[in-house]
Design a protein around this ligand. Sequence first.
Ligand SMILES: C[S@@+](CC[C@H](N)C(=O)[O-])C[C@H]1O[C@@H](n2cnc3c(N)ncnc32)[C@H](O)[C@@H]1O
Length: 186
Amino acid sequence: MRSLVNGAAAAAASSADDHARCKFTGQSVRAVPIRVVTVGKGRSPGLRLLLDDYSDKLRQFCAVELVHLRSNPKNARDKRVQVRDEDISVSCLLRPDDWVAMLDERGMDIGSERLAELIAGAGNTGASKLTFCLGGPYGHGPKLRERADVSIKLSSMVLNHEVALVVLMEQLYRSWTILKGLKYHH
Ligand SMILES: C[S@@+](CC[C@H](N)C(=O)[O-])C[C@H]1O[C@@H](n2cnc3c(N)ncnc32)[C@H](O)[C@@H]1O
């Protein structure tokens, strides 16, 4: 057990040294507004505190909007119908010039520097908004899957939607500190 623990510590130390560099760090990056869309029930007070904290931090760098949509808006009994109804609600919010990222447990496995590059790169495409979408209890529907510019995995484990939202907010803040070359990320 001890050697396993030591091995894990060594691997963590070496991966910290090996942080890939972000090619946009220190460059002028367009601060495109970020919108985070979630689907679910109401938010707990603890979650709201964390969201307020990360939203305030992120607003140093760009405008931030959190949009919360009700899960199962038509009280469907069939989960496929629920996913379809939620898919329609989310898709109605999207504009043609949105750059859309879908958060999904089967998405692309990327590091924080790569997320920072995606944010900076999306700004260079002329997008007027960067929209990050978290799904409801049964995940995303086909319209969003078709529309999304990228699908991103936050962890190999499936996260509760509230936990996934906090991880995403922290990573968005981290991305901007990477782009600005601040000491938060090392
Ligand atoms: C409870 S999960 C839904 C899990 C469901 N099995 C699915 O297929 O998406 C609710 C939402 O949280 C987000 N989520 C949960 N785990 C995630 C992960 N590991 N990576 C990225 N997003 C995740 C996704 O947006 C997901 O749609």
